[in-house]
Design a protein around this ligand. Sequence first.
Ligand code: ATP
Ligand code: MG
Length: 311
Amino acid sequence: MVVVVDSLVKVYGDNGYVGPISLSMKKGEVYGLVGPNGSGKTTTLRAILGLLKPTRGKVSVFGMDPFNNPEKVNQMVGYSPEIPVFPSFFTARKLLSLSCQLKGLRGKDVAEEVERILDLTGLVNHADRKVGNFSKGMVQRLSIGQALVGDPELLVLDEPMLGVDPVGRAHIREILQGLRKMGKTILFSSHELYEVERLSDKVGMVYLGKTVLENAVSELISQNGFQRSVQAVVKKPVDDRLVDALSVVEGVKSVHADGVVLTVDLEGLNDPRDKIAETIVASGYGLVELKTTSPSLEQVFIKMVKNGAAT
Ligand SMILES: Nc1ncnc2c1ncn2[C@@H]1O[C@H](COP(=O)(O)OP(=O)(O)OP(=O)(O)O)[C@@H](O)[C@H]1O
Ligand SMILES: [Mg+2]
């Protein structure tokens, strides 16, 4: 486990209270933390970074207590805060160089690391512009960039898409997907549930200060009483032969045919789409379209909040 948060409680004087929050993530996992405003996402991330001391509960990062080992944690974790603020008169290149020096890099290692990060974040062409002229999307990318300095094992990104337009979001998504492919362990919070669903191996939902759900996206969906289905369109009307062949595919719960449209309800956590497509093609029906009609994470989230899941 890279991160374990066990029943974290943070009391903010008379003003606020967060917890108990529990979550855990393994090496190489991308973890999306979601929850309404004020539910405790930033508090949790800051406790993981050792920036605040839990009132109760335990936080462990690479087996260490982050609050008591700030320097070690700082070497192993990269952080992009919820609202990144940079001195506006510096260029991106200068700011990244300073971040490299703070992480202990020197000499030509700094120049090489700055180039690597400019490239990873798509900021090569903006490297020598003053950050005060940057769009929100570019500031977020620079903030992710400074988290990447020194190639830390864990990235903690607090709302990396906050205030960014759809094109900018797609760009950040690509960056995060690239980091995921590189095997980075990433913990991020976001209100962009569609993005969380696409990017995350695991999702944690906090509500009224408590973790109420934590699981793989597909499991969250099936746990919450939603049906995941695959819809296939074929070239000629379906008969029982194909329905029977599909019914025995592992992970298929039931099959319903209506002319050239097949609805295949799934069970468990399987993803038998390849096998469904193969079975249709092998049966000679010709496959025109195959799509999943799973409910979105957004539907699960709205259901959870409406039901007052944590109350
Ligand atoms: N420094 C602080 N002083 C007092 N209360 C605080 C402080 N930081 C957070 N809180 C309170 O703790 C609760 C959780 O806040 P937190 O910022 O962790 O939520 P969040 O899930 O990140 O919200 P958002 O989606 O708005 O970013 C809120 O009630 C908030 O008012
Ligand atoms: Mg927050």
